[in-house]
Design a protein around this ligand. Structure first.
Ligand code: GLN
Length: 243
């Protein structure tokens, strides 16, 4: 068994250790004896969507995001078809914003892919800090770090979770990220997956099911340490400590 993980524009979108998400996907496959191939796509390269099972799109500064947005739009409908047919996509922060209709900054309107009917508006006052969410999709709290000027309005989409600490999609600190088909879009860097092994397995399970019809190969792991790290962060928050 093998999954191919495509990392989109790592030279443009790679903030706060986003690359760790790809490593985590690969490692948790390997630990189960499943091959995890990582393919790096630089701007302008052609993607054969038949040959990738998962895609990762990280975060970036507004300038880099603008460039990445151009490359993404040049790809045409390939990414849309991938997503609509159940392809697994993790999009973080700038990558999340680019899936929407637009991201309006004080300098420009960065056109998005319109893959999701959402939009992002920049406002003064960056939303920075540690975040904890409760998500109905996961037993453990989802923990991470956010740093963004954009506020994302997701309409009727299902959010990834309810914010217990931090801001999330907007200043209100109510909801964070979104789930759509096999897309997980979120503001959480940090990187997200090593801090939240359940979220990593959620993505792997979906990719295996799409490719092989089942995820039987995804056995449990002796990953008590990873889960303890997650609990530790959530616990410190509960006690009101800085993380
Ligand atoms: N440039 C975007 C913003 O500030 C995204 C930042 C990021 O990816 N961390 O909102």
């Amino acid at each position: 068994m093998k999954l191919t993980i495509g990392h989109l524009y790592p030279n443009l979108l790679n903030l706060y250790g986003d690359r760790g998400n790809v490593k985590c996907l690969q490692r948790r496959l390997q630990w189960r004896g499943i091959e995890g191939d990582v393919v790096l796509f630089s701007g302008g390269s052609r993607i054969d969507f038949q040959k990738v099972d998962m895609l990762f799109l990280g975060g970036g500064s507004d300038r880099e995001q603008e460039l990445a947005g151009r490359y993404l739009r040049e790809m045409g409908g390939g990414l849309r078809d991938f997503v609509e047919s159940g392809g697994v996509l993790l999009a973080v922060c700038g990558g999340y914003q680019l899936l929407g209709n637009y991201y309006r900054t004080p300098k420009a309107v960065i056109e998005g892919l319109g893959l999701l009917d959402i939009y992002t508006e920049w406002k003064p006052g960056r939303l920075v800090g540690d975040v904890i969410l409760d998500s109905p999709a996961f037993r453990s709290p989802v923990v991470g770090f956010e740093n963004h000027g954009g506020r994302t309005y997701i309409g009727a989409y299902t959010p990834l979770g309810r914010v217990r600490r931090g801001y999330g999609n907007t200043d209100e600190g109510e909801w964070e990220g979104l789930l759509y088909k096999n897309v997980v879009a979120t503001y959480l860097h940090g990187p997200l997956l090593p801090k939240n092994p359940e979220v990593c397995d959620y993505l792997l399970e979906r990719a295996l099911k799409r490719k092989y019809g089942n995820a039987a190969g995804l056995q449990g792991l002796p990953d008590e340490l990873e889960h303890r790290a997650n609990e530790y962060m959530a616990e410190r928050y509960r006690k009101g400590e800085r993380m």
